[in-house]
Unconditional design. Structure first.
Lengths: 116, 119
């Protein structure tokens, strides 16, 4: 396992369609995060899992967004009824907790969403 | 709420020179961590350096060092002997220690500084 893997890397969709992104964290990491990054901005926190439990969700995560981590391994982020404002890079990160937690998050390369 | 401000959208430096990237933050917390992350073009973000607020000594990692001024809430990154591979977007980020130890933790990022290293 060489790092956090995200798929697809790029997704172009029409407004109103649903999209799903997948994140495979580093295998021994029990924490998994989703961030959104728009042009000219730093990443913004969306949601966070410890094992399979979703422990925190940002106000940015509207009811059109849902994230799961069913077996505490990979995670999916689904956006329903996409809007043009959803166009962004969606970043996944993982970390190990509680022992050995230095605060460092390990990021994937991101999934870029373009909504036409 | 915590905020992180990076006032330099872009910086340029020539190879082998030294450059300093600025970051200020605002928080009412006393125990926290500060980070600089690097995001090369089309590649994943990686940690450059980390500073614990309760440590007075500035962190250093090879050519990268920080100037942490807690009272001023300033956390600048100095890159010495700049290399072409240092070209990237650099993000300053903040995490409260309380939140990290309680079992969950989130990073608050600044908007980033694009650093271009030229030959």
């Amino acid at each position: 396992d060489t790092g956090v893997s995200q798929n697809p890397r790029h997704k172009i969709t029409k407004r109103g369609q649903n999209v799903t992104f997948r994140c495979d964290p580093i295998s021994e990491h029990n924490r998994l995060y989703w961030y959104r990054q728009t042009l000219g901005q730093g990443p913004e926190f969306l949601t966070y899992f410890q094992n399979e439990a979703q422990l925190e969700k940002s106000r940015l995560l509207s009811d059109r967004f849902s994230a799961e981590r069913p077996k505490g391994s990979f995670s999916t982020l689904e956006i329903q009824r996409t809007e043009q404002g959803d166009s962004a890079m969606y970043l996944c990160a993982s970390s190990l907790a509680p022992s050995g937690n230095t605060g460092e998050l390990f990021f994937g390369e991101g999934s870029r969403l373009t909504v036409l | 709420a915590q905020t992180v401000t990076q006032s330099q959208p872009e910086m340029s430096v020539q190879e082998a020179e030294t450059v300093t990237l600025s970051c200020t933050y605002d928080t009412s917390e006393n125990n926290y961590y500060l980070f600089w992350y690097k995001q090369p073009p089309s590649r994943q973000m990686i940690l450059v350096i980390r500073q614990e607020a309760y440590k007075q000594q500035n962190a250093t990692e090879n050519r990268f060092s920080v100037n942490f001024q807690k009272a001023a809430k300033s956390f600048s990154l100095k890159i010495s002997d700049s290399q072409l591979g240092d070209t990237a977007m650099y993000f300053c980020a903040f995490m409260t220690r309380r939140r990290m130890n309680s079992g969950y933790s989130t990073l608050t990022f600044g908007k980033g500084t694009m650093l271009l290293v030229s030959p």
